[in-house]
Design a protein around this ligand. Structure first.
Ligand SMILES: [Zn+2]
Length: 352
């Protein structure tokens, strides 16, 4: 073999190494992470109006534009995402916070998790039903993924208007007396590696949640991170969950906070080696009664919610949403993102 041929073969050899190495780095699995953004009491049709008509929710608009969204032009539209069936199939059930997040966490409908309302007497059913329908937190933690969540009652136990109020997430860890077997100040639990309880009476709780989420995005190795924003629900109760100015404004305020979280996610040091699934949804919507608002049993208004699936840093082309879209779809979608099946419940995989 001539030296010229050896030289050419050497070049080909080197180029092939470079090619295969770069091909491998393209197909190598990036570290997958997931963020679930909960918007307590966000009525789907009003969020839709705030994003697309008023154009006053640029972060949600970005999430919807980049991802797949269940549009909700009016709360009676079939395209609106819905909370669990609740009072539609059993009048004893309500569209409330505890039952709503129970459905999101477990992927199960209210008849399966049997959480009918807030308060220990109702939430405690989750301690039993979760054995058949474990939360995505518990399943992920058992699979050695790191989980983290923060929020107020009835999502996570903490202080509220009536003193200590309980959260459905903690009931997965079993019962202790007249509450769940998790201290309200606990920083971890059976289903969470990082747990943060926020005070429902603290007007700065959504700001604190934002900082906590950003902190975990920046510093920790959390695989599944969830935060529930609470002030939309509070303003809805005080003024109505409809198109009134204060309710519209709190959607914009929350959008600004979420914007900081998404910016932190995008600028995260390891972002280039990661791909993030971001799901945004609510526990329930709400309606207006004269001067204030409530939610419980009004079909359409109380169960129309936003549902958005977005990916960042990923080559995954999201598939169109499969209707009807419900917040129970969060569980199988998150599990699927981490290569885990979820055959047991009512939700379906969305976007992936
Ligand atoms: Zn409420």
């Amino acid at each position: 073999m001539t030296s010229k041929r050896i030289y050419i073969l050497g070049i080909i050899f080197l180029l092939s190494i470079i090619y295969f190495e770069s091909a491998e780095s393209q197909t190598s699995t990036k570290k997958r992470r997931a963020l679930v953004i909960g918007l307590d009491g966000a009525t789907g049709s009003i969020v839709h109006k705030r994003v697309w008509k008023d154009k006053k929710a640029p972060t949600l608009q970005e999430l919807m534009t980049l991802g797949k969204n269940a549009p909700c032009l009016h709360d009676q539209r079939d395209s609106c995402a819905r909370a669990h069936s609740g009072p539609i199939h059993d009048t004893n059930f309500y569209w409330k916070t505890g039952p709503g997040w129970a459905s999101v966490l477990s992927g199960a409908d209210s008849l399966n998790h049997r959480v009918k309302n807030n308060g220990h007497e109702y939430l405690q059913t989750f301690s039993e039903s979760t054995k058949n329908y474990p939360s995505f937190f518990k399943r992920a933690k058992d699979a050695r993924l790191k989980t983290a969540a923060a929020g107020v009652p009835a999502f996570i136990s903490g202080n509220g208007d009536k003193g200590i109020e309980f959260g459905v997430t903690d009931y997965e860890c079993g019962l202790h007396g007249n509450g769940p077997n998790v201290d309200i100040n606990a920083t971890e639990s059976c289903n969470l590696d990082f747990r943060k309880s926020l005070d429902h009476r603290d007007s700065g709780r959504d700001e604190k949640l934002t900082r906590w989420l950003i902190d975990h995005i920046n510093n920790s190795s959390v695989d599944i991170l969830m935060g529930v924003y609470d002030r939309i629900d509070e303003v809805g109760h005080d003024n109505g969950f409809d198109g009134n100015k204060k309710y519209l404004n709190v959607i914009t305020e929350t959008d600004t906070l979420i914007g900081r979280v998404i910016r932190a996610l995008k600028s995260r040091v390891r972002y280039q080696n990661e791909e993030w699934l971001v799901i945004t949804t609510a526990d329930h919507g709400g309606h207006r009664i004269i001067l204030w608002g409530d939610h419980g049993r009004f079909a359409n208004q109380d169960n129309a919610i936003p549902f958005v699936v977005t990916v960042f840093g990923s080559n995954v082309n999201l598939a169109d949403l499969r209707y009807p879209v419900t917040h129970m779809d969060v569980h199988p979608t998150v599990m699927h993102w981490f290569g885990m099946s979820s055959p047991q419940a009512n939700g379906k995989i969305q976007g992936l």
